[in-house]
Design a protein. Structure first.
Ligand code: GLC
Length: 509
């Protein structure tokens, strides 16, 4: 059992020791963009010479993919009949150490990490993620079997929110940073649950975990962390307002300078049209014309007539209100009157919307192709094969698909909000002439506005192929890799370390 990390085939860099805690990480387990960030940010931090490690629950699918996996230690935890083990190994694609929390009663379930097969939240989610947080706390206190203890705990989203709350009075606590990837998911449970799961009574207060008479996991992260951020500067400003604040805008205004926005990067190794093994034809800025081969391949794959002349729009994402798929559905009858427009979709979520998409594809077999489910390979092929990418999200903390589409020369058409506003430069006549434009933004998420933006895109595509090519290749030239963002996180970590010290000094004063 007592093995030291030196047996792993990575060299621990000097610099900061950072524990990245997340409920999902690509490709171990993924339901959304959080998974991409949870894997690629720590990998980028290691590239910069820091000892970042990742911790996630040992879902069966994650445990199967871990490289060089070994059990390191086993202990009893409250509420668990069998012992909890820590498995240690390496991320499948990066030299990134990963700890898996192996608690079979809580995490030994196939499928979605948060919901059962029918799409309902698991009834014991509060217990499951409290357990996850308790184990994270143990690791931050230094488990002898691991021989490693972080300077900074970086939690992500509500599933990790209780860790900073449980750490707050521990003298040996690390500095804590908490990232909000989506404020709409807060981890809310009733008071009976609070009492059942055995959280300290003192945390039930307005300045603690209580939120309108309910237990709020996310408040734990926001109230008790040294630094809090979200994933774009515009979303950070938006969530301080009632319209986007999901009831927490007051708290976010109140924490003032402790709260900021840092734009996500993307993994340039995974998402590179010049070397992507999942697409038919690799291409780059200089060989942009080759991209058309991927369009023909995509049409074949989705059973649409193969035509270079078609204007192919793509959509990838979860089918929830946030993503604004209803706007797409609302304008399709009008849009599809032009027989040269096609739409391909890879999506899953609300059953009703899935059905509506199926019906559309059945009604327009030559124009609409739909795949229900999340599928990484198809996602890459859509980014490579489409002409433009739709992202009408009502709100979007950062959004990664629009960044992938920029990189693949597939200009995004998006609502001007959150990270979409921060990553896309709208094609005004001026910006087009200057060669600065990268996509199309519309204000207010209304069907007509989306339709107008698509028509603007279509007009440029048809009437001015050189202008279109310039737009697409300008997007391909942006640097949206992790490097710059990872450096901003390093600054945030050092601010958090300073804040922790200030708080300790204040407690002693
Ligand atoms: C969530 C947000 C998305 C963001 C991602 C990663 O999925 O909805 O906007 O890009 O997290 O931070």
């Amino acid at each position: 059992m007592e093995q030291s990390l030196s047996t792993l085939s990575v060299v621990a860099p000097a610099g900061l020791r950072i524990l990245m805690a997340s409920s999902e990480a690509h490709p171990l387990i993924k339901t959304g963009g959080l998974a991409d960030v949870a894997a690629s940010l720590p990998a980028a931090l290691r590239q910069l010479g820091h000892d970042a490690r990742l911790i996630i629950p040992a879902y069966p699918r994650a445990a199967r993919q871990l490289r060089e996996s070994r059990p390191m230690c086993e202990f009893k935890m409250p509420g668990c009949r069998v012992g909890v083990r820590i498995l240690e190994g390496l991320h499948p694609d990066h030299d990134l150490p990963v700890y898996l929390v192996d608690a079979p009663e809580s995490f030994g379930r196939e499928g979605n990490p948060y919901t059962d097969l029918s799409g309902r939240d698991w009834g014991d989610n509060a217990e499951r993620f409290l357990l996850f947080c308790r184990v994270i706390v143990l690791i931050t206190q230094g488990l002898p079997a691991l021989g490693w203890k972080p300077d900074v705990l970086h939690g992500n989203d509500w599933q990790t929110g209780l860790a900073p709350a449980l750490l707050k009075d521990l003298p040996e606590r690390p500095a804590t940073v908490f990232t909000i990837h989506n404020l709409a998911y807060q981890g809310l449970f009733d008071r009976a649950t609070y009492e059942r799961i055995g959280l300290p009574a003192a945390l039930w207060s307005l300045s603690g975990l209580e939120f309108h008479q309910r237990l709020s996991f996310i408040k734990g992260g926001i109230v008790f962390s040294d630094r809090v951020n979200t994933v774009s500067p515009t979303y950070a400003a938006e969530v301080r307002t009632p319209r986007f604040g999901c009831g927490l805008d007051g708290l976010l205004r109140q924490i003032g300078h402790r709260f900021s926005g840092i734009l996500n990067g993307i993994d340039y190794q995974d998402w590179n049209p010049a070397s992507d093994p999942l697409i038919l034809q690799n291409y780059d800025r200089d060989s942009f014309g080759l991209k058309a081969e991927n369009k023909l391949d995509l049409q074949r794959e989705f059973g649409l007539p193969r035509s270079e002349d078609a204007f192919v729009l793509g959509y990838i994402g979860r089918l929830v209100e946030q993503k604004g798929v209803d706007l797409i559905l609302a304008i399709l009858p009008e849009l599809l009157r032009d027989p040269r427009i096609q739409l391909v979709v890879v999506a899953a979520g609300e059953r009703q919307t899935e059905q509506a998409l199926h019906d559309l594809a059945a009604r327009h077999p030559r124009q609409v192709g739909v795949f229900i489910g999340y599928d990484e390979t198809r996602a890459h092929r859509i980014e490579a094969g489409c002409d433009a990418f739709l992202m009408p999200s009502r709100f979007e903390p950062c959004g990664l698909n629009q960044i992938y589409s920029l990189r693949y020369g597939t200009p995004p058409i998006a609502h001007r909000t959150g990270g979409l506003a921060d990553t896309i430069i709208h094609a005004t006549p001026d910006m087009l002439v200057q060669g600065a434009a990268t996509g199309f933004l519309f204000d207010e998420p209304q069907p007509q506005n989306l339709l107008n933006a698509i028509q603007q895109a279509l007009q440029l595509y048809r009437d001015n192929p050189d202008g279109w090519r310039r737009l697409a290749t300008t997007g391909m030239s942006q640097d949206l890799s992790w490097e710059a963002s990872a450096r901003q996180y390093l600054q945030l970590y050092s601010d958090a370390i300073a804040e922790r010290q200030t708080r300790i000094n204040a407690a002693w004063a």
